[in-house]
Design a protein around this ligand. Structure first.
Ligand code: ADP
Ligand code: MG
Length: 288
């Protein structure tokens, strides 16, 4: 719509028209008004340097990264490229040497150790390559642990742990100890433990690194399902076929982001589920 009044001659243009307004309009929300939710993760020029005596290792160098809620991001890179260092910072297990890190819009520098551990317990589920289950404790007891730390009452704790284990297909292995389970089953217990607190962010560091291809497929299906439920998933891997299951792939090399590309729209289902859906669709059409 033109703001110029009809009939008024147009002024002679001395300059080409501006493509953008001279002054950007910024919507300033009124106090108390609903504001859009901030990204799940914002890292701004994050660096991490380890000091080993006289040797300084620059594990991360000015990494800036924004991850939206509901995204499924693979972080790739060869061994030593800084992936675990980045995950430790994203998970508030470690702090940057310089730069800023905001989780859900909160700058972690403003939080003390208690706030940080509270935030980790409430918002983040961790999954590691080596499962990190407690030996000589049953699957059920392992999954109950985070709830026990959070002070959840025993009966509720047990029930939620049961549900989490059922959701990863482990309902019939509640009383097994880690050494009585396969690698893939142990990882599913570890995922149940990560889920039982209902976190919005799942951080997984090479979760399929110790698994065979079948268990890798199962674990990736579980992550895809968690993302489909609206959780943000950050998956660290050095395997390209694992990274293909994410919606976006960030490549680290020598502590820097060297590539960042999206393969699947943020609002879409993760690739594996999309493939399943379209296969079902095709089958439905063929058999109709
Ligand atoms: P990745 O997970 O990609 O293999 P890391 O983040 O573990 O990489 O390591 C990045 C670099 O930082 C490597 O050179 C590694 O040796 C070094 N590094 C990692 N953790 C420490 C530490 N706690 N102390 C000293 N150096 C470390
Ligand atoms: Mg690592």
């Amino acid at each position: 719509m033109s703001l110029r009044k009809a009939g008024k001659p147009s002024p002679t243009r001395l300059q080409p028209p501006r493509e953008r307004p001279l002054i950007e309009r910024r919507v300033v929300p009124a106090p108390g008004a609903h504001r859009p939710r901030p990204p799940a993760i914002v890292a701004l020029e994050v660096s991490k340097t380890y000091e080993l005596g006289a040797i300084r290792v620059r594990a991360l160098r000015d990494v800036s990264l924004q991850i939206e809620r509901g995204d499924f991001v693979a972080i790739m890179g060869s061994s030593g490229s800084g992936k675990s260092t980045l995950m430790n910072i994203l998970g508030c297990l470690d702090v940057p040497t310089s730069g800023r890190y905001l989780i859900d819009g909160v700058d972690v520098r403003e939080l003390d150790e208690d706030d940080l551990s509270d935030l980790r317990n409430r918002k983040i589920g961790f999954v590691f390559q080596s499962f990190n289950l407690v030996a000589r404790m049953t699957a059920l007891a392992n999954v109950e642990l985070p709830l026990a730390y959070a002070g959840v009452e025993r009966h509720t704790r047990r029930e939620r742990a049961r549900q989490a284990l059922a959701s990863v297909g482990m309902a019939r292995r509640l009383q097994h100890q880690p050494n009585e389970l396969s690698g893939g089953q142990q990882q599913r217990v570890a995922i149940a433990r990560a889920l039982v607190t209902n976190p919005t962010l799942i951080l997984a560091d090479e979760p399929t690194g110790n698994l065979d291809s079948r268990s890798t497929g199962e674990v990736l299906r579980i992550f895809a399902g968690l993302n489909e439920e609206g959780r943000t998933v950050v998956l660290i891997t050095h395997e390209p076929d694992v990274a293909e299951q994410a919606k976006r792939v960030v490549q680290l090399s020598d502590g820097q982001v060297v590539d960042d590309h999206r393969t699947t729209a943020l609002a879409s289902s993760p690739p594996q589920l999309r493939a399943q859906k379209s296969a079902r669709h095709a089958y439905g059409e063929a058999s109709a």
